[in-house]
Design a protein around this ligand. Structure first.
Ligand SMILES: O=P(O)(O)OC[C@H]1O[C@](O)(COP(=O)(O)O)[C@@H](O)[C@@H]1O
Length: 324
């Protein structure tokens, strides 16, 4: 993939974020998601790729746009797998809470895991702790090793986790060991990426969240030199069979970075919708402008670009056309 593609992709996440942000704090997550999806879909038409959505808004019969299998791009350029989450953190936007993002990862064809929509157990870290993770040993042991490698007391480790009842046991362990916990109410793509950005102050992300979100975060961590291990958690036979149907031979296998993102030819872009751990949110300004804050990176070079854009809204024709 050409490096110019990275900037094309960030234009797409910017428009989705601008669109979703209009619904910030309005208590309607579906409208916010619909707005982000319509904007992202429309903007994709100008991107020079022959893309196939492998992680998207759902199956064809349940999602009118950006459904799994949909072709996106202008039909020129490289053949790529596309993973999208036009609005990662629907509740966050509806309630005006932190950490909502518009997210895209693209990689050479056949290199992104076709993750089914179910839970995935995850553990993620930045470069300093890459290679130190395990999903089979007790969490306490992993935490102790992390403290040792980072050369700081356990009490100075900061762990991020979704605030969920299903995490009760893990949270008890974290409390017993004495680390700090930063709870997320939603939005574990931002949560899993945060440890790889030292300014976040987060050392590790643990817990279960969406499997598609796991692959998106793995794409970002591949660009950042971090690591995410995952394990799908099919809740019943139907979910287990869905894994098999999507080409995952052993649904209980521990998924490495390579299993989820099998190449360095990957681009990750995200734009903040509400402010958060890694990015500022959209700010609508009084002078017909809006500001966005995005991150875009390629694993090949590991360059991390933060892009602050000031958009002149009357010229954003697609935003008006797709606004719900
Ligand atoms: O809310 P649950 O069921 O614990 O699921 C966690 C998943 O939901 C999210 O918090 C938000 O997902 P949505 O954007 O689909 O609302 C994800 O970031 C996370 O992976």
């Amino acid at each position: 993939m050409e490096r110019e593609l990275a900037l094309e992709i960030v234009r797409v996440t910017e428009l989705a974020a601008l669109s979703a942000a209009k619904w910030m704090g309005r208590g309607d997550k579906n409208q916010a998601d619909g707005a982000a999806t319509a904007a992202m879909r429309a903007m994709f038409d100008s991107v020079s790729i022959r893309g196939t959505v492998v992680i998207g808004e759902g199956e064809m019969d349940e999602a009118p746009m950006l459904y799994i299998g949909e072709q996106v791009g202008n039909g020129q350029g490289p053949e790529v797998d596309v993973a999208v989450d036009p609005l990662e953190g629907t509740e966050l936007v509806a309630k005006g809470l932190n950490n909502a993002l518009a997210v895209i990862a693209i990689a050479g064809k056949g290199n992104l895991l076709h993750a089914p929509d179910m839970y995935m157990e995850k553990i993620a870290v930045g470069p300093a702790l890459a290679g130190q993770l395990s999903l089979t040993e007790p969490l306490e042991k992993t935490l102790k090793r992390a403290a040792e490698v980072l050369d700081k007391p356990l009490s100075n480790l900061t762990i991020m986790i979704l605030d969920r009842e299903r995490h009760r046991e893990r949270i008890e362990t974290l409390r017993r060991v004495g680390v700090r916990i930063k709870f997320l109410s939603d939005g574990d793509v931002a949560g899993a990426i945060a440890p790889a950005l030292s300014e976040s102050g987060i050392d590790m992300y643990v817990g279960s969240g969406g499997a598609p979100e796991g692959v998106l975060a793995a794409a970002a961590l591949r660009c950042l030199g971090g690591e995410l291990l995952g394990r799908l958690l099919p809740a019943n036979d139907e979910e287990y069979d869905r894994c098999i149907a999507m080409g995952i031979k052993d649904p209980h296998k521990i998924l490495t970075m390579n299993d989820m993102v099998g190449t360095d030819d990957v681009i990750f872009a995200a734009t903040g919708i509400t402010p958060g751990e890694i990015l500022n949110g959209v700010r609508y300004m009084p002078n017909l402008r809006a500001e966005t804050h995005s991150i875009v990176m390629r694993a090949k070079t590991r360059t991390i670009r933060f892009i602050q854009s000031s958009h002149y809204l009357p010229n954003k024709q697609l935003l008006q056309e797709t606004y719900i």
